[in-house]
Design a protein around this ligand. Structure first.
Ligand SMILES: [Zn+2]
Length: 198
């Protein structure tokens, strides 16, 4: 069985969607309607500095130049680095490969469906990450979940990696990078190995 992990990180608390930016939010529940990274601000300032990987206040994944260079060195494909702060060389990271999250087994809660946009006000219960299908054991790659988690405008997907990718990344001492064990197979194993909490 492939061991999988979600990437956890610190909060840098900077604002990604500043007033005046062209981000489109649902007027009722606040969900981001246009998730294209290009809509994020380009003068992003983290309140807490020094992380190689961290989340903004709204859950945008922000990475440093060092993190970008490590990804290039490891040959990680399917990633886009969108410059959001030229001065400090910070990037919003987007990930192409999508994996299906098993919200039924995880007992994820979908709270208050919004009549306006059809999304949910809150999606609660992201970790431990549980995928419907296993991912490759050996490919060095980032995957992202099809679901976004969180509340209102602060929703984001999770990045999922296999053991091999985790081991490679751990060699570089990237600040803010943490991993949380997930599961890709079978409720039977889940019931033995983890207590699900929402
Ligand atoms: Zn809405």
């Amino acid at each position: 069985m492939t061991n999988i992990f979600s990437i956890a990180s610190e909060l840098n608390d900077g604002k990604s969607f500043k007033s005046g930016s062209n981000i489109e939010l649902c007027p009722v529940c606040g969900t981001v309607l246009d998730c294209s990274v290009g809509a994020y601000c380009h003068d992003f300032e983290p309140k807490i500095k020094g992380f190689d990987i961290s989340y903004s206040y709204e859950g945008v994944l922000v990475v440093s130049e060092k993190f970008k260079q490590v990804c290039l060195e490891l040959g990680l494909g399917g990633l886009s680095f969108h410059s959001i702060n030229q001065k400090d060389s910070l990037y919003a990271l987007s990930v192409e490969s999508v994996v299906e999250f098993d919200s039924i087994t995880r007992k994820t809660r979908f709270v208050n469906k919004c009549e306006e946009c059809g999304e949910y006000e809150s999606v609660v219960g992201a970790t431990p990450v549980i995928l419907k299908e296993p991912i490759s054991e050996s490919t060095i790659e980032f995957y992202r979940t099809d679901l976004c988690f969180g509340t209102g405008r602060k929703k984001h997907w999770l990045i999922v990696v296999n053991d091999a990718t985790k081991r490679e990344l751990e060699k570089y001492n990237l600040k803010g990078l943490r991993f949380k064990k997930g599961f890709s197979e079978c409720e039977r194993l889940l019931k033995r190995h983890c207590q699900l909490k929402v």
